[in-house]
Design a protein around this ligand. Structure first.
Ligand code: FE2
Ligand code: FE2
Length: 225
């Protein structure tokens, strides 16, 4: 039986076992902004269900280790820099380029239909709009400015990395705000199908952004710190 290492930092624990991301998210454990805390500190502080979380984490690790017998078993920390960047662009950046405009359009639709009954939608719409604008600029900085330098192993990138990490913190704040404003994406009684789709898409956005920012901050950027 694989054991969850409580003395690792939580950042290390998801670097070595990315399958833990989902478990930590389900229990509201912040592994992203608080990545330097130990697993023990993080789970004891962020959840009341420590025993349950540990059992689920160990089950997830067990499943991942069985799954990793095949050829697609590489862990993020074993990826080369080129492989990491390819993965970030093809999975996370492509996802954002496709989904941000879709969510934006649907968000405006539910604001028009439900805004009078659900005034919180005005704030959700505003926070999402700010996040979308920030992320679009951020993707361009990474793809056009930073990633070519990292691929070329150019050491002159520390200031840019710091700027992008600060933007990650800003995006993290916006995602926390969206989680709070939607009361953890709980749908109101009168929610229509579009409302449901928007909340579902926001939930996926939060999960994907956690993995995305984690891959950059804790794995890729760390190599150039
Ligand atoms: Fe990125
Ligand atoms: Fe980023």
């Amino acid at each position: 039986m694989i054991k969850l290492d409580l003395s690792q930092t939580i950042g290390e624990s998801v670097t070595i076992n990315p399958e833990l991301v989902r478990v930590y998210m389900d229990y509201g454990v912040d592994f992203c902004c608080g990545g330097d805390r130990t697993v023990k500190e993080a789970i004891e502080r962020d959840t009341d269900e420590v025993e349950k979380l540990i059992a689920e984490a160990e089950k997830a690790m067990e499943q991942a280790s069985q799954f990793s017998v095949g050829s697609s078993s590489m862990k993020l920390s074993d990826f080369s820099t080129d492989q990491l960047i390819d993965r970030i662009v093809s999975q996370h950046h492509s996802y954002l380029k496709k989904e941000l405009p879709v969510i934006s359009e649907l968000m405006f639709t539910i604001l028009m239909v439900h805004g009078d009954n659900h005034p919180e939608l005005f704030e959700i719409h505003k926070v999402f709009g700010g996040l979308k604008t920030e992320l679009e600029g951020h993707l361009v900085k990474e793809e056009r400015m930073l990633f070519p330098k990292l691929r070329a192993n150019d050491a002159d990138c520390k200031a840019l990395i710091e700027e992008l990490e600060a933007e990650h913190d800003g995006a993290g704040d916006a995602l926390h705000q969206l989680t709070d404003l939607t009361d953890h994406f709980k749908l109101p009684e009168d929610a229509c199908t579009t409302y449901q789709v928007v909340y579902e898409k926001l939930k996926v956005l939060v999960a994907d952004m956690y993995m995305h920012v984690h891959t950059e901050n804790n794995v890729l950027f760390k190599r150039f710190a």
